[in-house]
Design a binder for this molecule. Sequence first.
Ligand SMILES: Nc1nc2c(ncn2[C@@H]2O[C@H](COP(=O)(O)OP(=O)(O)OP(=O)(O)O)[C@@H](O)[C@H]2O)c(=O)[nH]1
Ligand SMILES: [Mg+2]
Length: 289
Amino acid sequence: MKVGFVNIFGKPNAGKSTLINALMEEKLAIVSSKVQTTRHRIKGILTEKDYQIVFSDTPGIIQPKYKLHEKMMDAVKNSLEDADVALLIVDVNEDLQDCDNIFKSLKLKVPTIVVINKIDRASQEKIRSAVDFFANKSYCKKTITISASSGINKKRFIKEILEFLPDGEPFFSGDEISDLQTRFFVAELIREKIYDLLGDEIPYQATVIVNEFKEKSTLIKISAAIIVQRESQKAIMLGEGGKMIKKLGTEARKSIEEFLQQKVFLELFIKVRDKWRDNDTWLKEYGYH
Ligand SMILES: Nc1nc2c(ncn2[C@@H]2O[C@H](COP(=O)(O)OP(=O)(O)OP(=O)(O)O)[C@@H](O)[C@H]2O)c(=O)[nH]1
Ligand SMILES: [Mg+2]
Protein backbone atom coordinates (compact mmCIF):
# COMPACT_ATOMS: atom_id res chain seq x y z
CA MET A 1 0.00 0.00 0.00
CA LYS A 2 1.22 3.52 -0.82
CA VAL A 3 0.92 5.87 2.16
CA GLY A 4 2.06 9.35 2.97
CA PHE A 5 1.47 12.98 3.73
CA VAL A 6 0.77 15.23 0.78
CA ASN A 7 0.77 18.80 1.98
CA ILE A 8 -0.51 21.77 0.02
CA PHE A 9 1.32 25.11 0.16
CA GLY A 10 0.92 28.40 -1.61
CA LYS A 11 0.10 32.05 -1.37
CA PRO A 12 -3.27 33.16 0.04
CA ASN A 13 -6.14 32.68 -2.38
CA ALA A 14 -4.26 30.31 -4.72
CA GLY A 15 -6.98 27.70 -4.25
CA LYS A 16 -5.48 25.33 -1.68
CA SER A 17 -8.75 24.78 0.16
CA THR A 18 -10.70 24.42 -3.07
CA LEU A 19 -8.22 21.76 -4.14
CA ILE A 20 -8.39 19.70 -0.93
CA ASN A 21 -12.18 19.77 -1.11
CA ALA A 22 -12.08 18.59 -4.72
CA LEU A 23 -9.67 15.79 -3.84
CA MET A 24 -11.71 14.72 -0.84
CA GLU A 25 -15.06 15.25 -2.61
CA GLU A 26 -16.13 16.73 0.70
CA LYS A 27 -16.21 20.23 2.09
CA LEU A 28 -13.46 20.05 4.69
CA ALA A 29 -12.04 23.52 4.24
CA ILE A 30 -13.86 26.80 3.89
CA VAL A 31 -13.29 28.87 0.78
CA SER A 32 -13.67 32.56 0.11
CA SER A 33 -12.73 35.14 -2.46
CA LYS A 34 -10.87 37.03 0.26
CA VAL A 35 -7.26 36.22 1.18
CA GLN A 36 -6.17 34.51 4.42
CA THR A 37 -9.25 32.38 4.86
CA THR A 38 -7.61 29.23 6.19
CA ARG A 39 -5.96 29.56 9.60
CA HIS A 40 -5.25 25.95 10.53
CA ARG A 41 -3.73 22.87 9.09
CA ILE A 42 -6.65 20.73 7.96
CA LYS A 43 -6.04 17.10 7.18
CA GLY A 44 -8.11 15.17 4.67
CA ILE A 45 -7.57 11.43 4.73
CA LEU A 46 -8.23 9.57 1.51
CA THR A 47 -8.16 5.81 1.86
CA GLU A 48 -8.51 3.37 -1.02
CA LYS A 49 -7.58 -0.27 -1.46
CA ASP A 50 -4.05 0.45 -2.59
CA TYR A 51 -3.27 3.78 -0.94
CA GLN A 52 -3.86 6.13 1.96
CA ILE A 53 -3.04 9.75 1.28
CA VAL A 54 -3.23 12.26 4.10
CA PHE A 55 -3.67 15.63 2.42
CA SER A 56 -3.11 18.81 4.39
CA ASP A 57 -4.54 22.18 3.56
CA THR A 58 -2.52 24.99 5.11
CA PRO A 59 -2.84 28.76 5.57
CA GLY A 60 -1.56 30.91 2.71
CA ILE A 61 2.07 31.91 3.16
CA ILE A 62 2.43 35.50 4.38
CA GLN A 63 4.74 37.73 6.37
CA PRO A 64 3.22 37.68 9.90
CA LYS A 65 1.92 40.99 11.24
CA TYR A 66 0.34 39.81 14.49
CA LYS A 67 0.36 36.70 16.68
CA LEU A 68 -2.56 35.03 14.92
CA HIS A 69 -0.50 35.26 11.71
CA GLU A 70 2.43 33.68 13.54
CA LYS A 71 0.22 30.78 14.61
CA MET A 72 -0.93 30.41 11.02
CA MET A 73 2.65 30.28 9.81
CA ASP A 74 3.43 27.73 12.54
CA ALA A 75 0.78 25.53 10.91
CA VAL A 76 2.64 25.91 7.62
CA LYS A 77 6.00 25.06 9.23
CA ASN A 78 4.50 22.07 10.94
CA SER A 79 3.24 20.82 7.58
CA LEU A 80 6.61 21.41 5.94
CA GLU A 81 8.18 19.04 8.42
CA ASP A 82 6.18 15.90 7.77
CA ALA A 83 5.39 16.18 4.06
CA ASP A 84 6.24 13.20 1.86
CA VAL A 85 5.16 15.15 -1.16
CA ALA A 86 4.54 18.89 -1.42
CA LEU A 87 1.95 20.37 -3.72
CA LEU A 88 2.92 23.95 -4.46
CA ILE A 89 -0.12 25.66 -5.84
CA VAL A 90 -0.15 28.87 -7.84
CA ASP A 91 -2.85 30.98 -9.36
CA VAL A 92 -1.79 31.08 -13.01
CA ASN A 93 -2.52 34.82 -13.12
CA GLU A 94 -0.36 35.64 -10.09
CA ASP A 95 3.15 37.03 -10.17
CA LEU A 96 4.97 33.76 -10.85
CA GLN A 97 8.36 35.10 -9.84
CA ASP A 98 6.95 36.01 -6.44
CA CYS A 99 5.57 32.47 -6.07
CA ASP A 100 8.93 31.04 -7.10
CA ASN A 101 10.69 33.09 -4.42
CA ILE A 102 8.31 31.79 -1.79
CA PHE A 103 8.66 28.19 -2.95
CA LYS A 104 12.44 28.44 -2.90
CA SER A 105 12.35 29.85 0.61
CA LEU A 106 10.52 26.73 1.84
CA LYS A 107 13.70 24.71 1.20
CA LEU A 108 11.72 21.56 0.60
CA LYS A 109 13.64 18.34 0.41
CA VAL A 110 10.74 16.14 -0.65
CA PRO A 111 9.34 15.61 -4.15
CA THR A 112 7.43 18.68 -5.17
CA ILE A 113 4.65 19.06 -7.70
CA VAL A 114 3.76 22.54 -8.89
CA VAL A 115 0.02 22.77 -9.37
CA ILE A 116 -0.98 25.57 -11.70
CA ASN A 117 -4.53 26.51 -10.80
CA LYS A 118 -7.35 28.65 -12.19
CA ILE A 119 -6.59 27.70 -15.79
CA ASP A 120 -10.23 28.49 -16.57
CA ARG A 121 -9.16 32.13 -16.21
CA ALA A 122 -6.15 32.09 -18.55
CA SER A 123 -5.28 31.69 -22.21
CA GLN A 124 -3.49 28.57 -23.45
CA GLU A 125 -0.39 30.69 -23.99
CA LYS A 126 -0.43 31.97 -20.45
CA ILE A 127 -0.85 28.44 -19.09
CA ARG A 128 1.96 27.16 -21.32
CA SER A 129 4.33 29.88 -20.13
CA ALA A 130 3.51 29.17 -16.47
CA VAL A 131 4.25 25.48 -17.04
CA ASP A 132 7.54 26.35 -18.73
CA PHE A 133 8.40 28.79 -15.96
CA PHE A 134 8.12 26.15 -13.21
CA ALA A 135 9.18 23.06 -15.15
CA ASN A 136 12.85 23.96 -15.00
CA LYS A 137 12.96 25.01 -11.34
CA SER A 138 15.18 22.78 -9.27
CA TYR A 139 12.46 21.98 -6.69
CA CYS A 140 9.86 21.04 -9.32
CA LYS A 141 9.50 17.35 -10.13
CA LYS A 142 6.36 17.81 -12.15
CA THR A 143 3.71 20.35 -13.09
CA ILE A 144 -0.04 19.78 -13.19
CA THR A 145 -2.53 22.29 -14.57
CA ILE A 146 -6.00 22.37 -13.06
CA SER A 147 -9.08 24.36 -12.37
CA ALA A 148 -9.82 23.34 -8.81
CA SER A 149 -13.19 25.05 -8.78
CA SER A 150 -14.49 23.63 -12.07
CA GLY A 151 -13.67 20.04 -11.17
CA ILE A 152 -10.45 18.12 -11.42
CA ASN A 153 -9.50 14.79 -12.91
CA LYS A 154 -9.03 13.21 -9.50
CA LYS A 155 -7.86 9.82 -10.76
CA ARG A 156 -5.13 11.37 -12.86
CA PHE A 157 -4.15 13.76 -10.10
CA ILE A 158 -3.80 10.96 -7.54
CA LYS A 159 -1.84 8.84 -10.02
CA GLU A 160 0.70 11.62 -10.42
CA ILE A 161 1.18 11.74 -6.64
CA LEU A 162 1.32 8.00 -5.96
CA GLU A 163 4.50 7.75 -7.96
CA PHE A 164 6.30 9.64 -5.20
CA LEU A 165 4.77 7.97 -2.15
CA PRO A 166 6.51 5.27 -0.13
CA ASP A 167 5.00 1.88 0.69
CA GLY A 168 3.80 1.48 4.23
CA GLU A 169 1.04 0.82 6.69
CA PRO A 170 -1.93 3.21 6.90
CA PHE A 171 -1.83 5.84 9.67
CA PHE A 172 -5.59 6.15 10.02
CA SER A 173 -8.51 3.75 9.93
CA GLY A 174 -10.38 3.66 6.65
CA ASP A 175 -13.46 5.52 7.88
CA GLU A 176 -11.64 8.60 9.17
CA ILE A 177 -11.68 11.52 6.78
CA SER A 178 -10.10 14.15 9.00
CA ASP A 179 -8.25 14.56 12.27
CA LEU A 180 -10.42 17.46 13.39
CA GLN A 181 -13.64 17.41 15.35
CA THR A 182 -17.10 18.30 14.13
CA ARG A 183 -17.07 21.43 16.31
CA PHE A 184 -14.11 22.75 14.36
CA PHE A 185 -15.90 22.35 11.03
CA VAL A 186 -19.03 23.98 12.41
CA ALA A 187 -17.07 27.01 13.62
CA GLU A 188 -15.35 27.23 10.25
CA LEU A 189 -18.65 27.20 8.36
CA ILE A 190 -19.79 30.14 10.46
CA ARG A 191 -16.49 31.91 9.79
CA GLU A 192 -16.98 31.33 6.08
CA LYS A 193 -20.22 33.29 6.22
CA ILE A 194 -18.43 36.14 7.96
CA TYR A 195 -16.04 36.29 4.98
CA ASP A 196 -19.04 36.20 2.62
CA LEU A 197 -21.27 38.74 4.28
CA LEU A 198 -19.07 41.28 6.01
CA GLY A 199 -16.78 43.85 4.40
CA ASP A 200 -13.05 43.77 3.98
CA GLU A 201 -11.96 44.29 7.58
CA ILE A 202 -14.16 42.34 9.95
CA PRO A 203 -13.36 38.80 8.77
CA TYR A 204 -9.77 39.39 9.84
CA GLN A 205 -10.78 40.64 13.26
CA ALA A 206 -13.17 37.80 13.95
CA THR A 207 -13.05 34.20 15.02
CA VAL A 208 -15.67 31.66 16.00
CA ILE A 209 -15.84 29.12 18.76
CA VAL A 210 -18.53 26.50 19.29
CA ASN A 211 -19.51 26.40 22.95
CA GLU A 212 -22.27 23.86 22.82
CA PHE A 213 -23.03 20.98 20.51
CA LYS A 214 -25.91 18.86 21.72
CA GLU A 215 -27.58 16.11 19.75
CA LYS A 216 -31.28 16.14 20.58
CA SER A 217 -33.84 13.68 19.27
CA THR A 218 -34.87 15.71 16.22
CA LEU A 219 -32.04 18.17 15.78
CA ILE A 220 -28.62 19.32 16.87
CA LYS A 221 -28.47 22.35 19.11
CA ILE A 222 -25.40 24.45 18.51
CA SER A 223 -24.35 27.53 20.39
CA ALA A 224 -21.41 29.50 19.06
CA ALA A 225 -19.64 32.72 19.90
CA ILE A 226 -18.27 35.11 17.34
CA ILE A 227 -15.34 37.01 18.77
CA VAL A 228 -14.42 40.45 17.48
CA GLN A 229 -11.88 43.01 18.68
CA ARG A 230 -14.02 46.10 19.20
CA GLU A 231 -17.53 47.24 20.13
CA SER A 232 -17.82 48.99 16.76
CA GLN A 233 -17.24 45.67 15.02
CA LYS A 234 -19.87 44.04 17.18
CA ALA A 235 -22.33 46.73 16.11
CA ILE A 236 -21.60 46.10 12.43
CA MET A 237 -21.95 42.39 12.92
CA LEU A 238 -25.30 42.83 14.62
CA GLY A 239 -26.49 45.17 11.89
CA GLU A 240 -29.44 47.49 12.02
CA GLY A 241 -32.04 45.95 14.29
CA GLY A 242 -30.03 42.72 14.35
CA LYS A 243 -30.49 42.14 10.63
CA MET A 244 -26.92 41.14 9.85
CA ILE A 245 -26.49 38.57 12.60
CA LYS A 246 -29.84 37.09 11.66
CA LYS A 247 -28.82 36.70 8.05
CA LEU A 248 -25.44 35.29 9.09
CA GLY A 249 -27.17 32.82 11.41
CA THR A 250 -29.61 31.64 8.77
CA GLU A 251 -26.95 31.14 6.12
CA ALA A 252 -24.52 29.46 8.49
CA ARG A 253 -27.25 27.14 9.77
CA LYS A 254 -28.04 26.03 6.23
CA SER A 255 -24.46 25.19 5.44
CA ILE A 256 -24.00 23.39 8.77
CA GLU A 257 -27.15 21.37 8.08
CA GLU A 258 -25.77 20.40 4.71
CA PHE A 259 -22.46 19.41 6.26
CA LEU A 260 -23.99 17.41 9.12
CA GLN A 261 -26.95 16.13 7.09
CA GLN A 262 -29.17 16.93 10.05
CA LYS A 263 -31.48 19.66 11.22
CA VAL A 264 -29.74 22.28 13.31
CA PHE A 265 -30.78 24.93 15.77
CA LEU A 266 -28.05 27.56 15.78
CA GLU A 267 -27.59 30.21 18.40
CA LEU A 268 -24.97 32.94 17.87
CA PHE A 269 -23.44 35.31 20.40
CA ILE A 270 -21.02 38.13 19.74
CA LYS A 271 -18.22 38.81 22.19
CA VAL A 272 -15.67 41.60 22.21
CA ARG A 273 -12.13 40.63 23.18
CA ASP A 274 -9.73 43.51 22.83
CA LYS A 275 -6.74 42.55 20.65
CA TRP A 276 -7.46 38.83 20.86
CA ARG A 277 -5.30 38.27 17.77
CA ASP A 278 -2.23 39.25 19.76
CA ASN A 279 -3.10 37.61 23.04
CA ASP A 280 -1.70 34.14 23.71
CA THR A 281 -4.39 33.22 26.21
CA TRP A 282 -7.25 34.11 23.89
CA LEU A 283 -5.55 32.54 20.90
CA LYS A 284 -5.22 29.29 22.79
CA GLU A 285 -8.80 29.48 24.00
CA TYR A 286 -9.96 29.93 20.39
CA GLY A 287 -8.04 26.94 19.11
CA TYR A 288 -4.89 28.55 17.71
CA HIS A 289 -2.19 26.48 19.32
N1 LIG B 1 -11.79 30.87 -11.42
C1 LIG B 1 -11.32 30.03 -10.48
N2 LIG B 1 -11.41 30.36 -9.20
C2 LIG B 1 -10.90 29.49 -8.29
C3 LIG B 1 -10.29 28.27 -8.66
N3 LIG B 1 -9.88 27.65 -7.54
C4 LIG B 1 -10.23 28.45 -6.51
N4 LIG B 1 -10.85 29.55 -6.95
C5 LIG B 1 -11.37 30.68 -6.16
O1 LIG B 1 -10.29 31.34 -5.56
C6 LIG B 1 -10.67 31.86 -4.28
C7 LIG B 1 -9.73 31.36 -3.21
O2 LIG B 1 -9.87 29.97 -3.07
P1 LIG B 1 -9.44 29.22 -1.73
O3 LIG B 1 -9.55 27.75 -1.98
O4 LIG B 1 -10.14 29.78 -0.55
O5 LIG B 1 -7.90 29.65 -1.68
P2 LIG B 1 -6.82 29.31 -0.55
O6 LIG B 1 -5.53 29.09 -1.24
O7 LIG B 1 -7.29 28.21 0.32
O8 LIG B 1 -6.77 30.69 0.25
P3 LIG B 1 -6.28 30.97 1.79
O9 LIG B 1 -6.99 30.02 2.69
O10 LIG B 1 -6.68 32.37 2.01
O11 LIG B 1 -4.81 30.79 1.80
C8 LIG B 1 -12.12 31.42 -4.08
O12 LIG B 1 -12.98 32.46 -4.48
C9 LIG B 1 -12.24 30.22 -5.01
O13 LIG B 1 -13.57 29.99 -5.44
C10 LIG B 1 -10.22 27.95 -10.05
O14 LIG B 1 -9.72 26.92 -10.48
N5 LIG B 1 -10.74 28.87 -10.91
MG1 LIG C 1 -7.67 28.17 2.30
